[in-house]
Unconditional design. Structure first.
Lengths: 252, 267
């Protein structure tokens, strides 16, 4: 039996990177994937490629009505909501000295408020679907700080504790909804593309990022998607409020 | 072993304590002043007593930070210690009931306020005047056990305190890399007998409320503000000179072990 047989999963940031890799895996494992993204062209193209088990909805993660519409479109199309992946996010390099308040707020809004609104909007539909699994993409920088990823790291730290708060609330309320965070290292996705162009000393941008990982390379989106798939499936039914690290040994 | 005389260890240092008019802030202001520091109590309103100079200050306002820093550099001429303590609980709110408005208010004070406090602390510490000893700066950010675990506070508060925990590490690493001689650490209190629990005191009575919250701590009681003040004093002083980017829980043992399901904070 496929691992996600009949499960309906909503994926923010589903048009690219980790979100897109997960959407492909969801469909391959017998689930329905609703790709929610700001990038309509890319999202619609991927949904078309994945066929009738996939659907695209436009989503602006910082707007609560946009989330409500995405959840409504999901249940209307596929009749239920069992899984939510909060993968939409923005990665920006800044330090405590050069980050403005407006930029700090923008990054925290997309990464942290966006994840909060995703969880909030999905819970009601998941309750009506008999339960579900929420997977929030934090980062290794939700576990460790970085001199030049100050605001990003703060926002991912918020996602880390928010996830535990959601998990405990749902457990206490007996909703049969689990919530876990995933902490990827540097994954070869569009988010880090600008970093690959920046040479560091005698190393290329790619080499300098690869060097951070004991495994000596960047992660592939499919490797993170495999962990997410486990969390979305019923193979992980005793895991909630936990931190799942996928970082090539970076935080070890 | 002869312990050093620490009664004047912060002599000549200037400290700003946000939220310094009450609770943990007031307790740390008292201890910093007792150790010889000149203390600026930055708060929305002055408290009944306190050792420091009061400056009206709103941590969520960047303009307020600019004028506070200018005032301190003009009057005291330097800045060595920043205690980013001001914060709000934001009232009860779980993942289902928290509004966007509540979320943003809590982030503005608890997360953006600490971001601005760290940013302007560095600016002030770098501007320590000529002919004066180089700043041995220390930034102490007050997070919470809610920045470590998920069941210790309302949803928006838990997220904001998680942001403060990681923000502090990035600030520490940045200052280290820049060779600024400025350290930054986060403190994670458990239940402390302060005004943040006023709604509970009103509902249960102060003593009953304290006993109730106390049962959630392995040590069997809440802490007094002064117990957190001691931790803050330690991190502010040179006694912690090799500590930066670390997280200190002062929580009566809550995060050391397992929280019983029945003792999870009601949301």
């Amino acid at each position: 039996m496929p691992r996600l047989d009949g499960k309906v999963v909503l994926l923010s940031g589903g048009a690219s990177g980790i979100g897109a890799a997960t959407a492909r895996m969801v469909v391959r494992e017998g689930g329905k994937a609703v790709l929610a993204d700001r990038d309509e062209a890319k999202g619609r193209a991927l949904a078309l490629e994945l066929g009738t088990a996939a659907h695209f909805v436009p989503l602006d993660v910082v707007q609560e009505p946009s989330w409500q519409a995405a959840v409504a479109a999901t249940t209307e199309r596929f009749g239920a909501l069992h899984g939510l992946l909060n993968a939409a996010g923005v990665g920006v390099r800044n330090s405590i000295e050069d980050c403005t308040l407006a930029e700090y707020r923008r990054i925290n809004d997309i990464n942290s408020l966006g994840t909060f609104l995703g969880c909030k909007s999905a819970i009601a539909a998941m309750k009506e679907s008999g339960g579900g699994s929420i997977v929030n993409i934090s980062s290794v920088l939700g576990l460790r700080g970085a001199a030049y990823a100050m605001a990003y790291s703060a926002s991912k730290g918020a996602v880390r504790t928010l996830t535990k708060n959601v998990a405990l609330h749902c457990a206490q309320m007996k909703y049969n909804i689990r919530c876990n965070s995933v902490h990827p290292g540097y994954i070869d996705t569009p988010m880090i593309a600008p970093r690959l162009e920046q040479n560091a000393g005698n190393m290329t941008g790619r080499q300098s990022l690869e060097e951070l990982h004991p495994l000596g390379r960047l992660g592939r989106p499919e490797e993170v998607a495999a962990m997410i798939l486990f969390l979305l499936s019923d193979e992980s039914t005793f895991s909630t409020g936990s931190e799942f690290v996928c970082d090539g040994g970076l935080t070890a | 072993m002869v312990l050093a005389d620490m009664s004047n260890e912060l002599s000549g240092r200037v400290a700003i304590v946000t939220g310094g008019a009450s609770g943990i802030g007031a307790a740390s202001a008292v201890l910093l002043a007792a150790a010889g520091a000149t203390v600026i109590v930055a708060d929305l309103q002055d408290g009944p007593e306190g050792p420091g100079r009061f400056v009206a200050h709103d941590v969520a306002s960047e303009d307020s930070w600019k004028s506070l820093l200018a005032d301190v550099l003009k009057r005291e001429g330097r800045l060595d210690i920043m205690v980013n303590n001001a914060g709000i609980s934001g009232g009860p709110g779980n993942i289902e009931t928290t509004t966007v408005e509540n979320w943003q208010q809590v982030q503005a004070i608890n997360s953006e306020g600490v971001f601005l406090g760290s940013k302007y602390a560095i600016e002030g510490m770098k501007k320590t005047g000529p002919g004066k000893p180089a700043s041995k700066g220390s930034i102490v950010n007050i997070s919470s056990i809610a920045g470590l675990v998920g069941g210790a506070g309302p949803t928006a508060y838990t997220a904001a305190k998680g942001a403060v925990r990681l923000l502090s590490k990035s600030v520490a690493l940045y200052c280290a890399e820049q060779k600024y001689d400025i350290r930054c650490n986060s403190v994670h209190p458990g239940g402390v007998d302060t005004a943040i629990f006023n709604p509970l005191w009103q509902a249960m009575g102060h003593e009953e409320g304290k006993a109730f919250i106390g049962t959630r701590h392995p040590i069997g009681r809440m802490s007094e503000p002064g117990e957190l003040g001691e931790v803050i004093l330690f991190l502010a002083s040179d006694r912690s000179s090799f500590m930066t980017g670390t997280e200190i829980a002062a929580d009566g043992g809550i995060t050391a072990g397992l929280m019983r399901r029945s003792l999870l904070a009601p949301s």
